[in-house]
Design a protein around this ligand. Structure first.
Ligand SMILES: C[S@@+](CC[C@H](N)C(=O)[O-])C[C@H]1O[C@@H](n2cnc3c(N)ncnc32)[C@H](O)[C@@H]1O
Length: 461
């Protein structure tokens, strides 16, 4: 890399887009090492390689270590002897640390664009409908998984790079084998499996259960998939996962993510008065009283939410996150910075407290995956604060997202009314003139002869 003076600059470690490290001998000037690092970054920008600019810079002289987060503009310096106390700051290296979530972040558009490219290429090759939706949900899960510590970092990318032909000819069956492995408990896997596959966790949760036809890839499609793997998916919030996926599936919507989805801001306006505000008041009242805090934590664990027209599950996903954040605060107060051996054992909330009904199939699948990803993100936050790294794998409990028509399904079959604590959501509004015959028939069934009901909106059901 040429610096401003035209000579070549060297750096001890450079991990594109992620980390740059410069190590000096004991007692040498850390400031000098810092300038060298910044010089290197500026050279990258000058050479039009902005996508390679790292987010983190680590400088050390064997006595002190400094970590700079360039995205957040935050820096810490501490003696090397205190490294163990600060280990959490380096959780980004194995992929255990998430970026801060920015709902309206332009990064979402970038994600849609690269994933949209892959979608279009597959569709143009004749792979479409249910199989295409399923394949893309699985790929999206793997992309998140390798960037957020569910898999070893970059394991999906490395598998594709090292074990598929550059012309894409064997990519379909290879990727199918990757998915099959995720669907099998480790003890049931073949002994002679490739090391990269043998190391994968068992995911379960139906996501990888169905066997899909092989998609035929070519060199260009393989390149597009590899481009997806190079994007940093830990920057995408699972709260926008549904909207993002819809934009990928429907090319016309690529520039307006969330056109049909309730924004996070509006969801918070609903769930605040519905249950969240009261819970926050209860938390304030509980102070640091362990009995009261435990009681409140148990109360949170009894909440059962039902969204009868849940789409990709945004109401459920955002509600779950908010409830988990409250639980985290309860645990902070109860445990007072103690490290915990079994992080999972102190948790009471789980995704199976969330219930939904949705008439279309693919949003049902997205809702499930988005809930798992949100759960994972909250587990990471918990791990960071209380000790051992905790991943809930295999996925044993699922959110209960029922694929069906909310007006012909008995909601008691989805969630008994005696257990349901709140019904929420943004159901479809459809006036008389815009209703299909089926919708009118559903309305007649629900209103059961009540006079004047045909003038009402579909949403009243
Ligand atoms: C306005 S969207 C809201 C989706 C989601 N709750 C949100 O706010 O992002 C309404 C959803 O209801 C679904 N829907 C429409 N009619 C339905 C019915 N009869 N039963 C169940 N879901 C239905 C649609 O497919 C759509 O996903």
């Amino acid at each position: 890399m040429k610096n401003l003076g035209g000579s070549y600059g060297f750096i001890d470690l450079f991990w594109k887009g992620m980390l740059l490290a410069e190590q000096k001998s004991l007692g040498r000037d850390l400031g000098k090492a810092h300038s060298q690092a910044i010089d290197y970054i500026q050279s990258l920008q000058r050479e039009g390689r902005s996508d390679e600019v790292p987010r983190y810079v680590i400088i050390s002289d064997f006595a002190r270590i400094a970590l700079h987060d360039l995205d957040e503009g935050e820096s810490v310096t501490f003696p090397l002897a205190d490294f163990y106390k600060n280990i959490n700051l380096f959780a980004f290296i194995p992929g255990y640390k998430q970026h801060k979530l920015e709902h309206e972040d332009p990064i979402n558009l970038q994600a849609v664009e690269i994933m949209g490219d892959l979608h279009d290429a597959l569709e143009a090759g004749g792979y479409s409908g249910h199989e295409l939706e399923r394949l893309l949900v699985r790929i999206l899960f793997c992309l998140f998984a390798e960037d957020t510590g569910i898999f070893e970092r970059n394991s999906f990318q490395l598998f594709l790079e090292n074990h598929t032909n550059p012309d894409g000819s064997d990519l379909g069956p290879q990727i199918a084998q990757f998915f099959q492995t995720l669907n099998k408990p480790k003890e049931n896997r073949q002994k002679n499996l490739l090391e990269e596959l043998a190391e994968l966790p068992y995911v379960n949760g139906e996501l990888f259960a169905e066997s899909l036809g092989f998609a035929a890839f070519d060199a260009d499609m393989r390149n597009r998939l590899l481009a997806c793997t190079r994007f940093d998916w830990s920057r995408i919030s699972p709260a926008v996962f549904g909207a993002l996926f819809q934009a990928v599936m429907e090319p016309k919507e690529r520039r307006q993510i969330g056109a049909h989805y309730t924004s996070e801001r509006d969801i918070l306006k609903v769930i605040g008065p519905l249950f969240l505000d009261n819970l926050k008041v209860a938390l304030n009242r509980a102070g640091n009283d362990d009995n009261k805090l435990l009681k409140l934590q148990r109360q949170l664990a009894e909440i059962r939410l039902l969204d009868p027209a849940c789409g990709c599950g945004n109401f459920l996903v955002v509600s779950y996150r908010e409830l988990r954040l409250l639980e985290l605060e309860i645990l902070r107060r109860r445990l007072r910075k103690q490290k915990v051996h079994d992080v999972g054992a102190i948790l009471m909330l789980d995704v199976d407290q969330m219930y939904g009904i949705e008439i279309e199939e693919w949003p049902v699948r997205i809702a499930e995956v988005a809930m798992w990803l949100m759960d994972h993100q909250m587990n990471q936050q918990l791990s960071e604060e209380f000790g051992e790294y905790f991943v809930r794998l295999p996925l044993r409990s699922s959110p209960h997202i029922h694929h069906g028509n909310a007006l012909t399904t008995d909601w008691n079959d989805v969630l008994p009314s005696t257990e349901c604590t709140h019904v929420l959501g943004n159901p479809p509004f459809t006036g008389k003139r815009f209703r299909s015959k089926d919708q009118s028939a559903e309305m007649a069934l629900v209103w059961n002869g009540v006079r004047g009901n045909t003038k009402l909106d579909y949403v009243t059901c």
